[in-house]
Design a protein around this ligand. Sequence first.
Ligand SMILES: Nc1ncnc2c1ncn2[C@@H]1O[C@H](COP(=O)(O)OP(=O)(O)O)[C@@H](O)[C@H]1O
Ligand SMILES: [Mg+2]
Length: 507
Amino acid sequence: MKGYDFEGPALELGALVRDDGTADPSARVRIPVRMMNRHGLVAGATGTGKTKTLQLMAEQLAGQGVPVFLADVKGDLSGLASPGKPGDRIARRAADVGQDWAPEGRATEFFSLGGVGEGIPLRATMSAFGPTLLSRVLELNETQESSLGLIFYFADTHGLPLLDLKDLIAVIRYLTDTPEALSGIGGLSASTAGVILRALVNFQAQGAEAFFGEPEFDVRDLLRTTRDGRGMISILELPAVQERPQLFSTFLMWLLADLFETLPEVGDPEKPSLVFFFDEAHLLFEGASKAFLRSITQTVRLIRSKGVGVFFVTQTPKDVPADVLAQLGARVQHALRAFTPQDAKALKATVSTFPASSYDLERLLTELGIGEAVVTVLSETGAPTPVAWTRLRAPRSLMAPSAPAVVQGVIAASPLLPKYGTAVDRQSAYEILAARLARQQEPEQEAPAKRPADRPERSERPAGAHPGSVLEEMLASKEFRSLARTAATALGREITRSIFGTARRRR
Ligand SMILES: Nc1ncnc2c1ncn2[C@@H]1O[C@H](COP(=O)(O)OP(=O)(O)O)[C@@H](O)[C@H]1O
Ligand SMILES: [Mg+2]
């Protein structure tokens, strides 16, 4: 098997299967590690071995010093933290494919979205998330989006920190009750405010509240390696994500935008800085907004030069938007079913996406055994390798969920727990406005306004102090210039988000 003999470090997927169905352990099917930032797809019917392929790739990447991030929807990837269980079946498979199998767990971190499920909570502040991304998530039109931008700007220049969802809701309510506050910097119509408010309340009902707030997650914590040079495997536990798809896509848009902005440009490095795996990726795309699909497509295209690889794991290639599919270098296609006419159509469609080969792929794809796949990857020169019928190696980590005590132990011992474990709800827009309201309602008991230490100086500025257009004010104002200096990252984020957000207008 010529095409799979690469020089540099590679992931060992398995052994080539001969036409008679026996494996040839001397013909190894591999992916060069340096091509892992060229993205990939693992597809196949339920129970054919997709998740185990993901596990195999993740543990080998980590073994070669590459950090991995994966979204675990079914809870079966926590096994990466525990050594596998030896047994006859694994021994047979290992002998069959020429694998030197030994049980071995990996260094892992477990995360949850804002404390839903088990793991260190991942959070972002509302202001870091920004109006552009939020507009995408809420599917706002351009008018509503610019109004939202105005609301963020108002809050920022009036000392009303937007940390969580209730801060933003409080500011919008304040602005609809006090329309004169915005005079001089353009208006916010009551109907637009109403639309945004309703969208936010719906979003809140999906559990978004838990995601927004402090302490904010630093994406660089996903890029860690252990003292012995292994990549950390970060597992996001996503139980019941089906019921909260908007929350998941929100998080993902934030994470990818943030990584994009944080990581330096590296071109095509020797090995990736991070590899993402999305198991059950159809959940990501099903019913997703056009804006979200655009962001994902754009991100997948651009993030490669930051050394980040993205692998989608799903039932059929059709689950992945065509624009994304076209950018995926590696393909690991497990068995497909051909029970119904729709199945047959999907099968034909899948076959047509593979390069020509000597296999009768339409037949082979329905006859592949469990833990077997048809593989084509990019060689070190970037050319697709020949299609290879492959029997995959067995993961060395546990092919079942880790015991709850193991997961809890990993979380308890994590250096990230003290950093992110406890939500902080410091004084922000909601509290400030609530206090203001309380003072207005009880004027005789009015207490002297106390400025908290973390409240910025610019909060003293009265509303609508700068006449003129919004843009003029933004560019000219002292607040804006100091914002640009002191909050370079927040601004950078906004710019990144604008890049992701402008695709629609360019098209
Ligand atoms: N590479 C492999 N090595 C050993 N067993 C495997 C392998 N791939 C799949 N299996 C077996 O098949 C079962 C189903 O695999 P899984 O990856 O969970 O399927 P899918 O994710 O496609 O639904 C596993 O529990 C395991 O017993
Ligand atoms: Mg699976």
